[in-house]
Design a protein around this ligand. Structure first.
Ligand code: FAD
Ligand code: EPU
Length: 332
């Protein structure tokens, strides 16, 4: 049996039956031939996956590395193997004068997982810079390249969570970054910076995130536990009649996004814990492992918050984090 404690950032003491490390793409065909009909879970750095209990299958761990780049007059092009670290890529591009990723600094995880939920922070989503994604198609045992447009990027969503769910192993992400980069500083607190450079943005994002979010190396967590809900204007106005200061961001003429952190905060969950799993004091959207937590505690707390939000605001919170049980994904 293999310990999963160090292989996911929530740090529960779960086990898996076996583990296969993919260090070269040539391993993919024989590996998935062997795994046919068996249970397996693809894993990057485990920063968006929580192993609630022992996993009765094989972990396929992505360790594919390598970065290639070229440029023309207007763009830099990067082809990055999916097992590279996202934050290391942000740092290395910045140091080479390639800009655009700076708002997404300090997001844990592999490059290959980044397109899956279209990672985003401080007004930037990675889909904007993705020209194409190469994946290994498990059913046909072939490598396929899909354009960024066909990835159907949305807020925390893409084709990889829908039509290609459990069918694709992302092997390489191809980025296209304009040389004429425009600094994105519409989101607080970046909007307080006077004429910032990309490096200023990077430093501010690192500072704010380090203050707000618990470091998974010290306190197990998987970042935002739920997505921020998108509701209709009518639903929003109903809430506004009770709470006139409800924060919100307009998505389009019919929908607004409400911070889930605010909903959870209103219900008094900050600092509340259940069997060693706690709603974080500074950022209630983040649930943390106090060290002795377990999957039962996490499910109890997460389901209670979801039910309370539903009863009080008529909003159905959706988990952002992948919850993995004995036999695969578990619903809240
Ligand atoms: P994993 O947890 O290993 O995998 C995630 C999912 O992708 C799983 O379903 C897995 O099966 C699948 N998968 C992994 N690799 C592949 C592959 N190569 N091919 C196909 N499927 C694959 N996210 C944001 O968007 N914005 C943030 O600001 C942010 N902040 C965070 C802060 C903290 C402290 C933490 C712990 C997490 C945060 N996250 C954030 C979430 C997380 O960092 C991202 O979702 C990240 O992309 C996950 O990468 P990973 O390699 O750890 O994924
Ligand atoms: N809020 C409260 N109480 C709190 C904290 C926040 O009411 O204690 C309210 C405030 O109104 C605040 C709002 O929540 O303005 C938003 O909080 P924050 O700026 O911390 O961001 P978030 O909406 O909670 C999202 C992403 C993060 C991303 C940040 C920065 C989601 C689910 N989460 O968090 O992504 O880093 O914005 O852009 O969209 C992740 O996905 O794991 C993640 C960390």
């Amino acid at each position: 049996m293999i310990s999963l404690k160090e292989l996911h950032t929530f740090g529960f003491d779960s086990l898996a039956e076996s583990l296969i490390e993919i260090v070269h793409r040539d391993q993919l065909v024989p590996t998935f031939r062997t795994l046919k009909g068996q249970q397996y879970y693809l894993l990057g750095e485990g920063s968006n996956s929580v192993f609630l209990e022992d996993y009765l299958g094989t972990i396929v761990l992505n360790k594919l590395t390598g970065i290639q780049r070229h440029q023309d007059d207007a763009f830099f092009y990067l082809s990055v193997a999916s097992g590279e670290s996202w934050h290391d890529l942000v740092k290395s591009t910045l140091s080479m004068g390639i800009y655009g990723f700076e708002n997404l600094a300090l997001i844990p995880g592999t490059v290959g997982a980044a397109p899956i939920q279209n990672i985003g922070a401080y007004g930037v989503e990675i889909g904007t810079f993705i020209e194409s994604v190469e994946y290994f198609d498990i059913d046909s045992s072939s490598f396929i390249v899909i354009s960024g447009d066909d990835c159907k990027f949305e807020y925390r969503d893409s084709i990889f969570k829908n039509a290609l769910f459990q069918k694709a192993v992302i092997t390489q992400v191809n980025f296209k970054l304009p040389k004429q980069n425009v600094v994105e500083q519409t989101y607080a607190p970046l909007n307080q910076l006077a004429d910032p450079s990309p490096l200023d943005i990077f430093n501010e994002v690192v500072k704010v995130r380090s203050e707000k979010l618990p470091d998974p190396k010290k306190l197990g967590n998987a970042g935002s536990f739920y997505k921020n809900p998108i509701v209709t204007i009518k639903q929003f106005e109903n809430i506004q009649t009770r709470y006139d200061s409800v924060p919100h961001f307009r998505i389009d003429n019919s929908n607004v996004k409400i911070p889930a952190a605010w909903l959870i905060d209103q219900l008094g969950y900050k600092g509340k814990s259940c069997l060693g799993v706690k709603c974080h004091e500074r950022q209630p959207l983040v649930l943390v492992n106090e060290g002795n937590g377990n999957g039962k505690g996490l499910l109890m707390l997460a389901r209670k918050i979801k039910l309370d939000v539903s009863q009080n605001f008529s909003i159905d919170l959706e988990n952002e984090v992948r919850l993995v049980g004995n036999n695969g994904l578990v619903n809240l």
